[in-house]
Design a protein around this ligand. Structure first.
Ligand SMILES: Nc1ncnc2c1ncn2[C@@H]1O[C@H](COP(=O)(O)OP(=O)(O)O)[C@@H](O)[C@H]1O
Ligand SMILES: [Mg+2]
Length: 258
């Protein structure tokens, strides 16, 4: 059963085809990696799935239901959350507040009143704080809940983005270069975190990353894009020995993981 089906997805920016006729199927509860050189169209796919860009043509189905062209907040409500290649946090708000903001898609009260901690905080808001705290514990940031997001080290900011995305209670989580800027120890922790998330939260994860160790270790399914086109798809063993992929992207370094 596929949670996400992408069919013939094309996005033109002026004369440039950022993606051309891309088909991707994401099996439920899988971890799929989307890899390829810079400019291959990876982030553009995420942007179309999450409603940031409207596709020029093609279809996106979530659990069989078309979501093509929905606005980002509507896509979030359907159960898709994401993190960004260029970290997008409210830097001057606290770690806790950033997670609470991620929750507003499923809260009835306005997140504004939560952030302002208005007197007579409703039961729902108390519960939101408890849930946010649990998420921060989950990603290893509970001790830093009162720090401002902008003051955190890079790796911690990436984990905070994951907590914020999880706060929307997604079924499908899209991670855009989650290991970028992380040291090997942080990347290892991230690998474990992503695995646990899938198992314990019944999540499906799609991740874009250049760290081939992470990609080969964690994914059961890999999609390779180059110049906006899908050039290969398969399991890690098949992908790292695929001549076209080695030529377009992996190069000789791929042998290190063979
Ligand atoms: N908003 C945009 N306007 C114009 N061109 C864009 C825009 N977004 C992406 N592109 C172009 O589309 C191509 C694919 O970009 P992107 O999806 O960001 O690649 P990747 O994430 O694989 O590095 C690149 O040539 C990029 O410059
Ligand atoms: Mg990108």
């Amino acid at each position: 059963m596929n949670i996400l089906e992408i069919k013939g997805l094309t996005k033109n920016f002026g004369g440039l085809a950022a993606t051309s006729n891309v088909d991707i199927n994401i099996p439920k509860n899988s971890i799929t990696a989307v890899i390829g050189p810079n400019g291959a169209g990876k982030t553009t796919v995420f942007n179309m799935v999450t409603g940031v860009y409207k596709p020029t043509s093609g279809d996106i189905l979530l659990n069989g239901e078309p979501i093509t062209g929905l606005k980002p907040h509507a896509v979030t409500k359907k159960g898709i959350a994401r993190t960004f290649q260029n970290i997008r946090l409210f830097e001057s708000l606290t770690v806790m507040e950033n997670v609470l903001i991620g929750m507003h898609s499923h809260l009835k009260s306005r997140f504004f009143s939560i952030i302002c901690q208005l007197p007579g905080m409703k039961k729902e808001e108390k519960e939101a704080e408890i849930e946010a705290y649990e998420l921060l514990k989950y990603v290893g940031l509970a001790k830093l809940l009162n720090e401002t997001a902008g003051s955190l080290p890079y790796g911690a900011q990436r984990r905070l983005e994951i907590a914020r995305a999880l706060a929307a209670r997604p079924k499908l989580l899209l991670l855009d270069e989650p290991a970028a800027g992380m040291n090997p120890k942080e990347t290892k922790e991230l690998t474990n975190l992503i695995r646990h998330m899938c198992d314990e939260r019944n999540l499906t994860v799609v991740l874009i990353d250049h760290d081939m160790k992470l990609v080969m270790e964690i994914s059961n399914h890999i999609v390779v894009l180059d110049h906006g086109e899908k050039i290969a798809e398969g399991n890690p063993v098949a992908i790292r020995s695929n001549p076209r992929v080695v030529e377009a992207y992996l190069g000789k370094g791929a042998l290190a993981y063979a």
